[in-house]
Design a protein around this ligand. Structure first.
Ligand code: DAH
Length: 434
């Protein structure tokens, strides 16, 4: 779709498939996302590698591990409303201010988040939709979506991943709280009959306080309901083994939009793994949504994290694979163990350069590499960094590991892709290669 503005530059970009690159015309004044044109400004940092992911909607595919997991959780919370098709473009106000993030929170910076321009960004978490969903009158809901964060590159970090937000609010009155206590008593009894060991912190504590707007007894009942609801979800997903109890632990946490706040870890294959954040919703969030006389909880869980554990998927990039050897392994509604197929050999390339005077953020380097080479990049590591004793110039060396998941990558192909990375590095950041 043409925006009608002058095309000023051509660039080699990855098309997201098998590392193929194409020359693409880039307009320096505007950017086209999901069939709409937006003006660029000094904050614009979304890359074409990211744009190519915006409409993949992996969580909506019924036989994709992320789609399977979404459906299993939705079935568990069957009385909740379910949302899973919400645009990733949000205002920074929605993503941060509505949730009481402080003005200097690092997540707001262009090195951590993707901006289309100063007024529009890609959501960094599904919590960005809390206020609007409560404002619609929804009182118990799940919302699943793709979220975007600028990050390092390795087997468990990818700049696009999926989260599910869940929330439930209740009347802040004696009758509603009595009903909730009865539900809690039922869940306590149910969990007693199962093979789960829960290590818990108190629902409320001085270091993780009850909000001043809340009756402490109400806050206690709501936090207890949060824990019971999530413990039974975790049991439904991970449990079921008679020989080995499921171990879950609750840890005090901090989030700008909940108090008290908790993180949950599950013991799996000999390790504790963090799977979600949660807490009692800040009353100011509910006030912004215009929901009076209510109190509630919310949680946000990372779908890839849980799917990697449950399906035994070793590398986060596999979720994006279009290889039938990956996709044909999964069936709607079923958790099955991923059977690895032969991996193609990796190809390492080192890249040493003198930094420009104003430096170069690691996330800017990683994004440029991923934008140029695509999913061929398995990981990027800073392996050396030094300052010249006489000239005071700073040098860095990154090791880039290229590996195709779908076909074999020859050294010549890797060299060609790497040459593209080197020229982009010089062109975009003005570094001097050593
Ligand atoms: N949005 C948080 C994140 O991405 C996760 C989270 C924490 C969601 C606490 C919640 C919550 O709803 O209550 O790290």
């Amino acid at each position: 779709m043409a925006c009608g503005m002058v095309v000023e530059k051509e660039r080699r970009v990855d098309l997201g498939k098998r590392g193929e690159t194409h020359r693409m015309r880039i307009c320096l004044r505007c950017i086209i996302l999901i069939h709409k044109s937006y003006p660029r400004d000094y904050t614009t940092n979304i890359t074409s590698a990211i744009i190519s992911k915006l409409q993949r909607q992996l969580h909506l595919q019924p036989s994709h591990p992320l789609g399977i997991l979404r459906t299993l959780i939705e079935n568990h919370f069957s009385s909740f409303s379910h949302f899973s098709d919400v645009s990733p473009l949000v205002t920074p106000a929605k993503n941060f201010d509505d949730l009481s993030f402080p003005a200097d929170h690092p997540g707001r910076s262009v090195t951590d988040s993707y901006y289309i321009n100063k007024d529009l960004m890609l959501r960094t978490h599904t919590s960005a939709h809390e206020v609007e969903t409560f404002a619609k009158g929804e009182r118990q809901w799940l919302l699943t979506a793709d979220v975007y964060r600028r990050d390092e590159i390795d087997a468990s970090h990818y700049p696009v991943f999926h989260q599910m937000e869940g929330a439930a609010i209740f009347g802040a009155d004696a009758n509603s709280m009595k009903e909730l206590e009865e539900k809690n008593a039922y869940l306590v009894n149910y969990l007693k009959s199962t093979n789960i060991i829960i290590e818990d912190v108190p629902h409320l504590s001085a270091s993780n306080p009850v909000q001043s707007a809340h009756d402490p007894h109400h806050a206690e009942t709501v936090a207890h309901n949060l824990k019971l609801s999530l413990n039974s979800l975790i049991l439904a997903l991970f449990g079921g083994r008679k020989d080995e109890p499921l171990r879950v632990r609750w840890i005090e946490a901090y989030f700008p939009f909940t108090s008290p706040s908790y993180e949950v870890e599950v013991f799996f294959n000999g390790k504790w793994l963090e799977i979600l954040g949660s807490g009692v919703v800040l009353q100011s969030t509910l006030e912004r949504a215009n929901v009076p006389n209510s109190i509630g909880w919310a949680f946000g869980l990372g779908l890839e994290r849980i799917a990697m554990i449950l399906f035994g998927i070793p590398d986060i990039r596999l979720f994006w694979s279009e290889d039938p050897r990956f996709l044909s392994q999964f069936l709607p509604g079923k958790i099955t163990n991923f059977k690895p197929y032969s991996r193609y050999p990796p190809c390492y390339k080192d890249l040493s350069f003198w930094l420009p005077e104003n430096g170069l953020h690691e996330n800017d380097f990683c994004d440029m590499v991923r934008d140029t080479a695509g999913d061929i990049v398995e990981d990027v590591q800073l392996i050396d960094s030094f300052t010249h004793p006489k000239t005071d110039r700073k040098s860095q060396c990154y090791r880039i590991n290229y590996r195709s998941m779908d076909n074999s990558l020859s050294n010549d192909q890797a060299n060609e892709i790497h040459a593209g990375v080197v020229s982009r590095l010089k062109e975009s950041f003005g570094v001097e290669i050593r």
